[in-house]
Design a protein around this ligand. Sequence first.
Ligand SMILES: [Fe+2]
Length: 404
Amino acid sequence: MKQWIKRKGCLFLAAILLLFLGGCGADKAPSAVLPAEEPLTIWLASDLHYLSPKLTDNGIRFQNRMLASDGKLTEHSAEIVERFLQLAAEQKPDALILSGDLTYDGEKQSLRELAKLLKKVQDAGVSVLVIPGNHDIAYPFARKYSGESSELVDNIPQEDFIKLCGAFGYRSALSSDEASFSYLYPLAEDFSVLMLDANSESASGLIQDETMQWAEKQLELAQQQGQTVISVTHQNVLAKNEGAYSDFILDNAQQVEELLQKYGVKTNFSGHSHIFHRTQSKELTDVVAGSLTASPLQYYIVEVDEKREVSYHTGQVDVFREEAAQRFADCTRLRALEMLYELDLDAQIQEKMADFAAQMNQAYYAGEHLEAEDWMSREGWTLWQQYGKNTKWKNYFEKMLQEQ
Ligand SMILES: [Fe+2]
């Protein structure tokens, strides 16, 4: 930890020197803090998993990787992200927040390109705020894909993440944590964003003790000043349910929840699970964004009114929508069929059951409300009840409906 603080200190000195020399184009002051009670609009996207087009030829190795994954359209991630950022630069929300997993698998080349695109949004007058996700810093699987093979490429050591992304919130914040990429960023005189990083090189998945102490100090000061604070994490603070999704919470989620509850933070935004949903505990709601580059290519548009009440709806990127939907369906169908082949069913029945799985899974991941009556009246549901009684998929469908 001390080493990192030391490294960071050196970087600050270097940044100051560069500024004097006029050589640090990416380090730009944020937009002016807005007056109290002025309504705010924030765009929030998560899990961009941007992959530089230079790192894939979309050959067989990469295509297989795509089909074995969770349905992102990664070969077009650059175009989807570019379009999203172009929309942000045109429509100029007060802030654009990215809650981690900026890169596909932590390739330095991907982050370099993304930082250039983010700078354009910042230059358009939008405050751009980022934190890393678990795929971004020192990720050991950063690869370049070519034909039937892949090879390791440079990943992103912590100091390089600060170098490439420090200008997006961290360096221009009201207060920045010494032990992580966490910071408190004032958007208005009475409204701030607490960006909490749990993905530093030394402690991935955890908000470290030093960071917890720093965050408490910020929340205490904000409370004294009558500020409203929203927080942002990559991993979830609240578990979606007791099952598999509890894997997506912070290692010290309960401690973080207690801290946020103590200081009256009502809304946390997070990502990581790639599923749009929200979970509430007492006064706190964890609003989770899925992956921007998976169908339906969604992001949140957050409105903060003059009383600092927070509401949100989704926006969608308007390129590659059909391709993204097809990719998501293909991935789910493939997984369902792998299991269905073992059941020795008629091929037509298998196809219908796989189609049903794809439709329901897509609606669930997109955060749509699933009407039990509607889904249970479909032929696919009946087939799963009849032929897939003891399968994990049937349990999964029931669980999805129970959660509504
Ligand atoms: Fe992710």
